[in-house]
Design a protein around this ligand. Structure first.
Ligand SMILES: Nc1nc2c(ncn2[C@@H]2O[C@H](COP(=O)(O)OP(=O)(O)OP(=O)(O)O)[C@@H](O)[C@H]2O)c(=O)[nH]1
Ligand SMILES: [Zn+2]
Length: 299
């Protein structure tokens, strides 16, 4: 018996990644798992058929799931890689903060990857600007932040080690460099069954269909669904928990129920005054707070 991960189900077969190859699996055999819904990311035990070179096997057992992401439907997700360009296009930080809330609410570890470092440095040289203000804001909050160039390869190795043996979902706006990053992470690797490029996959499936792809010794899913602009259903007081730099200070607000908006003696607004909290993050918080309150009224 071999342990593996389900990449996708397609045409009555299940494609399982195990021992560095993809197996075409069926549910035949006396251990047939009936009425079992499989999801990409499911840990399965497979039994190879006699002619092993054909990469055919049967699924014998599905392990209990550690977690399930619903949109897109993937099991056992370890982390979310949020991809934004440092420049061209200028990162939409409202969207980044929205994605951070969705990911945090789903209980998944976010990793921030800022791409096009080469272009950013070139621009900085040309217009004399300096520093990494954007990335510093998120690093200071405590997020895992990486700056990379898929063009020069700078920083790619550090991302690769974070992917190994993990299930990751990839999210970010169009043009941020997700495909380029994916390719830079899988240099010269021959595509095998079940492994297709990010681009061709997107072309084929415009729906919520997901599959995991092998990348840097781990499994990665491209997740258009995660780029949804809607915040998850939550109570207004819960929004503070999605802003780590707010959450650590909320105890110091005068009112327990402080929403850090119009209330007096608010520790978050005090930290905003001293520059400890980024004005942009606070601005997004207020926008999201309004949306959450409006959504609250609807249910
Ligand atoms: N200079 C530079 N250009 C990059 C880098 N990464 C991506 N690009 C360019 O940015 C453009 C968009 O990159 P893609 O990888 O296609 O972006 P994507 O996020 O997959 O975009 P969608 O498929 O629309 O979601 C392409 O022209 C890339 O060549 C980088 O690190 N440096
Ligand atoms: Zn407050």
């Amino acid at each position: 018996m071999i342990n593996g991960f389900l990449l996708k189900g397609y045409g009555g077969f299940y494609y399982v990644y195990a021992e560095d190859r993809v197996w075409e699996c069926s549910l035949r055999g006396r251990f047939r798992v009936k009425d079992q819904e499989f999801l990409p990311g499911d840990r399965v035990n497979i039994l190879p058929e006699e002619e092993e070179e054909e990469n055919k096997a049967t699924i014998e057992y599905v392990e209990p799931r550690r977690n399930v992401l619903t949109r897109p439907a993937i099991a056992n997700v370890d982390q979310a890689i949020l991809v934004f360009a440092m420049t061209s296009p200028k990162p939409d930080l409202n969207l980044l903060d929205r994605l951070l809330i969705q990911v945090t609410d789903a209980g998944i570890e976010p990793i921030l990857v800022f791409t096009k470092l080469d272009k950013y440095k070139e621009d900085a040289l040309n217009d004399g600007s300096e520093g990494h203000a954007i990335t510093d804001v998120y690093r200071k909050i405590g997020y895992d932040v990486f700056e990379v160039s898929s063009e020069t390869g700078q920083g790619i190795d550090q991302i690769a080690v974070r992917l190994t043996n993990k299930i990751s979902v990839l999210a970010g706006p169009s043009g941020a460099g997700k495909s380029s990053l994916f390719n830079a992470l899988s240099p010269g690797k021959k595509l095998k069954t079940g492994q297709i490029s990010l681009k061709s996959k997107r072309g084929r499936h415009t729906t919520r269909h997901v599959e995991l792809m092998v990348c840097a010794g781990g499994l990665v899913a491209d997740t258009p669904g995660f780029s949804s602009l809607f915040l998850p259903e939550m109570k207004r007081a819960e929004l503070t928990d999605c802003f780590p730099e707010f959450a650590i200070r909320r105890r110091l607000c005068r009112f327990n129920s402080c929403l850090h908006d119009k209330e007096p003696n608010c520790a978050i607004k005090a930290a905003l005054e001293t520059g400890e909290i980024s004005p942009e993050r606070y601005e997004h918080y207020l926008i999201f707070l309004k949306e959450v309150i409006e959504a609250e009224r609807k249910y």
